[in-house]
Design a protein around this ligand. Structure first.
Ligand code: ZN
Length: 871
């Protein structure tokens, strides 16, 4: 990455960085010895850096918000004449080929509110260095392709008994003035973004794992003493993940210990620092009393995600930040595959696709659209996006599916063999997968560099006399400004044919199919238009396409509504049934189709599914969210109209099954809590059924909600009931809200839910959200608390897209611009679809966004705002 000053500055004088300007580092770092001395009102960081020249060029050390105390090179104290320094870096002129630096700086973690670098969170000091936080700790070539060996000495007052850094503890001892120290050495070379240190007073849960190589690994989860009982779920998930990566990818863990630290103030979910993960409490603490089932599931998959990074991210890391999806996309694919083993594979796929469509498709349809591997950015923090993570995962999945498990494993084995210990690119991954498997996958590379969601259109025709079924498919992707004309991508399309009369799946084997390129039920559409002819089809079929969501595309196939109802009834797996229902629902909600066919089909299918698989049944009742629907409307978007249509449909569905809801609810009494997918399914379904019963005005349904609240044995039940009470303004709502507050006022994660349920009330308003932000427990230094209001309020586009709603968000972005720009930028991104609004809202939105312009200055918020205004 080019870290020299670039003359091309944008209007806020932030520099744009381009992938094409990548140059390798001119120096390597052989080792770094760090000493971190923590004091109440400042921290001193001393470093000894041993560097060696690789190529000609300046010696550049990144540094931001550092007070340089002294610097010497090869034993000689440097004076300002010896270097150039600006707010971002220090450049040594005429550096010798061997350079040993001693550098001392002063930093202020106690007042660092940005949660990057070293910061104090309550009684804890923690680091967050990805992507560019390390430069806020000391001067260093802070780029992912500079890997080195870290030795870390931490010194602090004994009121902080916990002193942690990456690697092995080599020494600890006392110091004068009631202080102590610990020295850690990490034998593996790593980039600075994976460095971590923790200073605090934490309790620890210990366990161990024996690797497939027979080595014993000490496992430790650090949290506040009162939270330690909530760490068992995470510990089990960690052991399960370690085993899974051995079984499925042949990857054992490499160090002697693996530590996880829980911190309540964290911008993201969690961070994969080598051997010392730092987690947002919401991603590690789990207890049925305060954690809902989906939240507990999220803990398990996040533990897995960070663990899997040890191979895909840490041992093999990214050459530069443009390659972020190399580690994130692949690792998300890996955690999704692991999570499939914890619940039904169909429901896992439903949940992943549902979030892909409502978040990633929406992102890709607007002014923040970017390819999974962007080619330029102003602020890399703005690119930890659904596109990089989730579309990145879909690309890895397409290649894995095409290869099949055995060949994919040969490909990944080759990747680990070639690149262990290196910083690499997306091309390196695709080269390895291709060479290892013997199947060329290079035609998938354009998926990484082309933005936008492709749309697959098609028609099918059955010729009864020729006994052929002809499928015509075409693809197109909208051109985006500043990107080349989109090209056709290889789109694997999962295909099956079903007998229209019997509902049985037809067996598609034989030569005729192979010749047409259909293999293992996958057809790769890689031209603008293609035709496949299925021969020897003796009865009229219904085609099922994009099975298991075989590619991240929109599908617009000439189905009749009856065909979709047929698939909802006859498809052989739950995901495909769900997908058929979603297609029907989109027609009703976006194209005005009559809901009757859908209502009959779901009424027919639901009771039986519910009896055998309640978890799946809870998902089959998903209705596309208003945000997703909005992402499909490119102009004259009227939030109230979309809301109203969706409400009408929900009411029709509720009424259609009115007597069923009553029976189904009564048949699901509260029982003792068990953490397995059957019981999780019943709890999920009970809450969904309760919602429909309330909507249908089933007699006494709101009383059931009150009783469910009172008798709840876990948070899933209590919160599910509270939501119905609050969102329907039930007479009992206030008393239960007060009860909830009293019960959980000392449990931050539960209290977040108390804020969320009120902020997310579809019948709420901006005033209510503002009041929540005035509450004594509202806390501007804890991102989870901020998101509990801003994120849940955003679930209601009718409230967001009002002048007050948009002002609410721009005010928050302005407030966070200095305090926590990474978070401020993310919150501002919620407004990205402003330009689709119908007038006069659209002009009002522009005025409100433009008014923010002169008032913000961070690179994160400015880049997002500039992009929004380009729409
Ligand atoms: Zn990750």
């Amino acid at each position: 990455m080019n870290i020299a000053v670039n003359p091309e500055l944008n209007e806020n004088s932030h520099q744009t960085i381009y992938l094409k300007d990548y140059t390798p580092p001119s120096f390597e770092v052989l080792s770094i010895d760090l000493t971190i001395q923590v004091h109440d009102d400042h921290t001193l960081v001393h470093s000894k850096l041993v560097m060696q020249r690789l190529t000609s060029g300046d010696l550049t050390l990144c540094g931001r918000d550092l007070e340089l105390l002294n610097i010497s090179l090869n034993g000689n104290v440097l004076t300002p004449d010896d270097y150039n320094i600006d707010p971002e870096q220090l450049i040594i002129k005429n550096a010798p080929d061997q350079a040993e630096f001693s550098i001392s700086v002063k930093i202020h973690p106690e007042s660092n509110t940005q949660l990057e670098g070293l910061y104090q969170a309550g009684n804890l000091f923690v680091t967050q260095n990805e992507p560019e936080g390390f430069r806020k700790i000391t001067f260093f070539p802070d780029r992912p392709d500079v890997l080195t060996v870290f030795t870390t000495r931490i010194e602090a007052d004994k009121k902080y008994p916990t002193l942690l850094a990456n690697g092995n503890l080599v020494e600890k001892g006392d110091l004068p003035d009631n202080r102590h120290f610990a020295i850690w050495h990490d034998p593996t070379k790593k980039p600075s973004y994976l460095f971590a240190a923790v200073i605090g007073d934490l309790a620890v849960l210990k366990d161990s794992f024996i690797t497939m190589e027979g080595r014993k690994v000490a496992l430790e989860i650090y949290a506040l003493a009162q939270d330690l009982p909530k760490c068992h779920v995470a510990m089990q998930a960690l052991k399960d993940s370690m085993k899974w990566d051995e079984d499925v990818y042949g990857r054992p863990y490499d160090l002697d210990n693996y530590m996880i630290v829980a911190v309540s103030q964290f911008n993201m979910g969690a961070m994969e620092n080598k051997g010392l993960n730092i987690f947002n409490t919401v991603c590690v603490l789990a207890d049925p009393e305060i954690t809902t089932d989906p939240a507990m599931f999220y803990v398990k998959s996040t533990i897995a995600h960070e663990y899997f990074h040890n191979w895909t991210g840490n041992r093999i890391t990214c050459r530069d930040w443009f390659q972020l999806c190399l580690k994130e996309g692949f690792t998300v694919f890996r955690d999704q595959s692991f999570s499939e083993t914890l619940q039904s594979a169909a429901v896992q796929r439903i949940d992943d696709v549902s979030s892909l469509k409502s978040v990633q498709f929406a992102e890709d349809a607007g002014p923040l659209s970017h390819p999974p591997r962007p080619d330029h950015f102003v602020e890399i923090n703005n690119f930890y996006t659904a596109t990089v993570y989730d579309k990145g995962a879909e690309i890895a999945r397409m290649m894995a599916n095409l290869l099949g498990p055995e060949k994919f494993r040969q490909g990944t084995d080759e990747y680990f063999r070639r690149h262990d210990g290196q910083a690499v690119t997306v091309e390196d991954l695709v080269d390895s997968l291709s060479d290892g498997s013997g199947v060329d996958l290079h035609h998938f590379l354009p998926w990484y560099s082309q933005p936008g969601t492709p749309c697959v259109k098609g028609t099918g025709h059955y010729d009864a006399s020729a006994k052929t079924y002809t499928l015509k498919l075409s693809q197109s992707t909208a051109k985006r400004p500043n990107y080349p004309e989109p090209q056709a991508l290889p789109i694997p399309v999962g295909v099956a044919l079903f007998d229209k009369n019997t509902g049985e799946q037809l067996q598609l084997q034989g030569n005729a199919l192979q010749q047409n390129g259909v293999k293992d039920g996958l057809f790769v559409l890689d031209q603008a238009e293609q035709t496949i002819v299925f021969e020897q089809i003796h009865t009229e079929p219904v085609v099922s396409l994009l099975r298991n969501f075989s590619a991240p595309v929109l599908l617009d196939f000439a189905y009749s509504d009856e065909d979709l109802a047929f698939l909802l009834a006859n498809e052989t797996n739950g995901f495909n049934q769900w997908q058929a229902a979603q297609m029907l629902l989109e027609r009703i909600l976006l194209q005005g189709h009559d809901p009757a066919v859908y209502l009959d089909a779901i009424a027919q299918a639901l009771p039986q599914v519910a009896d055998t698989d309640a978890l799946l049944a809870s998902r089959l009742l998903d209705i596309p969210s208003e945000s997703y629907l909005a992402s499909r409307i490119d102009q004259n978007f009227n939030p109230a109209e979309v809301h109203e249509k969706r409400e009408v449909l929900l009411k029709a569905l509720a009424d259609k099954l009115k007597t069923y809801w009553a029976q189904a609810y009564q048949a699901l009494p509260i029982v003792a809590f068990e953490d397995n997918s059957v019981e999780m399914g019943k709890r999920a379904y009970r809450n969904v059924v309760l919602g429909f019963a309330v909507r249908a005005n089933v007699e006494g349904a709101l009383d059931w909600a009150s009783q469910q609240y009172d008798n709840a044995v876990c948070m899933t039940e209590r919160l599910g009931a509270l939501r119905q009470l609050v969102w329907n303004n039930a007479p009992d709502a206030q008393a239960r809200l007060e009860d909830f507050y009293k019960r959980f006022k000392h449990e931050d994660l539960a209290l977040d839910q108390w804020f969320a349920v009120q902020a997310g009330n579809p019948k709420g308003n901006v005033q209510l959200a503002r009041q929540l932000m005035q509450h004594q427990d509202f806390d501007w230094s804890t991102p989870n608390r901020i998101r509990s209001v801003t994120g849940h309020f955003a679930g209601n586009p009718i409230l967001v897209w009002t002048q007050e709603g948009m002002q609410f968000y721009t005010e928050i972005a302005k407030r966070l611009d200095q305090q926590n720009p990474v978070l401020g930028s993310r919150i501002l991104q919620l407004l990205s679809r402003w330009y689709t609004l119908a007038e006069p809202m659209r002009s009002e939105a522009r005025t409100i966004l433009q008014a923010l312009k002169g008032q913000v200055s961070s690179s994160s918020v400015c880049e997002t705002l500039n992009n929004l205004l380009k729409a």
